[in-house]
Design a protein. Structure first.
Ligand SMILES: NC(=O)c1ccc[n+]([C@@H]2O[C@H](COP(=O)([O-])OP(=O)(O)OC[C@H]3O[C@@H](n4cnc5c(N)ncnc54)[C@H](O)[C@@H]3O)[C@@H](O)[C@H]2O)c1
Length: 462
């Protein structure tokens, strides 16, 4: 199959490389000339484990190539994927479909012979109808089938997810299109990956419903975590206790600072808007969006609580900036709201992230960017773990404590065990584990009292 991939971002590049790896000929197109030049030099513009090797392995035999010129690859293609961005539209939260519609117009002008146009971008219900209308209006002679084939990959595990999906959703009723899509995914079919053929509108909604459900699960456990802190329960045990129930499942039950990233926040907002437009308000999701928005900033109050609200002039070290580990994506990362709130409270912020520093520098000003975790912690009054990168899971706690001006750790990802932190002399707070969030004044272990003494020595107001 000859495939043109329009949009070479996270989804377009990973999908293009994987489809080439299945044995098809793929040309990835992007408007961003710098991105294409970098790819032609063998440089990968995003951080995604395994992607560099996969791109190289398929580019060298010529199965995968890159261009800014859409016309020729589309003209020659059996299938054209649209994988451009669909960010939140400024002001109202609807999905901004201008990139999708622009791509549809450009594709229409270049079509030649029967072509399957496949929307991989996450788009609201009815977008496929509009793409079809745009193409047919621009080219009365066009022989196209417009298909919805939403993508479910996760950044950080994108190649694995693309090659081992739980299911492939294909929204079309066109038999010729079904054959083309089935051929593209044939290697997965051999692995018995379920292919779900649905109407186009149903496929479009499946993607939003999936993300909205997962976002709801995260928000649910976050609120249960807040309750755990008040009533003396442990959210990790609650999550395990409910997650072992097959009807619930254990995934997406990790309490933390709220969901972020390039998908959940914008997709929840867009689905809420679609539903309102159809007079079917999705109240649960409206609340999920609102609760999550306030949560990120509220995490800064966990830090200030360790200093009885007196954060002005304190130095806070933030470990992890990206919205999750193994990506450099900073889109709607909880660290953005957290750091802004810490700065609003008068704190100075130092930060380190293994992959997201250059993206972060464009978004977060007045932050001192550090070499590594220990450089970041140096002379800090508090350390916040905002993203659970693997390298933050086994920090040398003695070294960390000795480096810090004040041994306060606020662990927003529950990476460490409270007892371990107390033993090493830290004042420690986390999410939804009430024993860890105690005020250190009860009759606790010697280590806890020692850590309180250290904090007190630095913070006279305590
Ligand atoms: N990132 C994810 O984890 C993920 C997962 C599943 C689905 N999605 C969805 O996939 C879509 C793409 O997301 P992304 O994260 O890859 O976006 P991205 O911003 O990383 O990439 C989009 C790319 O499209 C290019 N582009 C825009 N208009 C173009 C045009 N007319 N011609 C050629 N190139 C054009 C941009 O220059 C950019 O490089 C979105 O709808 C998103 O919701 C993303």
């Amino acid at each position: 199959m000859r495939v043109a991939m329009i949009g070479t971002g996270y989804v377009g590049l990973v999908s293009g490389a994987c489809i080439a790896d299945f044995g098809h000929n793929v040309i990835c197109v992007d408007k961003d000339a710098a991105k294409i030049e970098a790819l032609e030099r063998g440089e990968i513009p995003i951080y995604e484990p395994g992607l560099q090797d996969l791109v190289r392995a398929n580019a060298s035999p010529g199965r995968l190539s890159f261009t800014t010129a859409l016309e020729e690859p589309v003209r020659a293609a059996d299938a054209v994927f649209i994988a451009v961005g669909t960010p939140s539209r400024r002001g109202d939260g609807h999905a901004d479909l201008s990139y999708v519609y622009d791509a549809a117009r450009e594709i229409a002008a270049a079509l030649d012979g029967f072509t399957v146009v496949i929307t991989k971008s996450t788009v609201p219900v009815g977008t496929g109808d509009e793409v079809e209308r745009i193409i047919n209006e621009a080219r009365r002679d066009a022989d196209v089938a417009v298909v919805s084939n939403p993508e479910f990959l996760r950044e950080g595990a994108a190649i694995h997810d693309f090659k081992h999906p739980d299911r492939i959703v294909v929204g079309t009723q066109d038999e010729r299109a079904k054959k083309v899509v089935a051929e593209i995914y044939r290697p997965l079919n051999l692995n018995q990956t379920p292919i779900l053929y649905t109407s186009r509108r149903t496929a479009e909604l499946i993607k939003y419903a999936a993300n909205a459900f997962l976002a709801t699960k995260v928000t649910f456990i976050n609120e249960i975590a807040d309750l755990c802190e008040k009533v003396g329960a442990d959210v990790q045990e609650v999550a395990r206790g409910i997650g072992l129930d097959n009807r619930i499942g254990s995934k997406f039950l990790h309490a933390g600072p709220g969901f972020g990233g390039s998908c959940f926040p914008k997709d929840v907002r867009a689905l809420v808007k679609t539903a309102q437009d159809h007079d079917v308000p999705l109240r649960i999701l409206e609340v999920v969006a609102a609760v999550n928005d306030t949560r990120k900033r509220a995490m800064a109050r966990k830090v200030s609580a360790m200093f009885a609200g007196a954060l002005r002039g304190k130095t806070v070290a933030v470990l992890g900036l990206t919205f999750k580990p193994n990506t450099d994506d900073m889109r709607e990362a909880p660290s953005l709201a957290l750091i802004t709130a810490l700065q609003d409270m008068g704190a100075r912020v130092r930060a380190f992230d293994p992959a997201g520093m250059s993206q972060a520098q464009a978004l977060l000003k007045e932050v001192v960017y550090c070499e590594d975790a220990y450089d970041c912690a140096d002379a800090a009054d508090a350390l916040v773990i905002a993203t659970e990168w693997e390298q933050f899971r086994a920090l040398d706690l003695e070294r960390l404590r000795d480096l810090m001006a004040c041994p306060v750790v606020v662990d927003l990802r529950n990476v460490y065990r409270p007892e371990e932190m107390y033993r090493h002399g830290f004042a420690y707070a986390c999410v939804g584990r009430s024993l860890a969030a105690t005020d250190f004044t009860d009759d606790g272990s010697l280590a806890r009292l020692l850590s309180l003494a250290k904090v007190r020595a630095r913070v006279p107001s305590l």
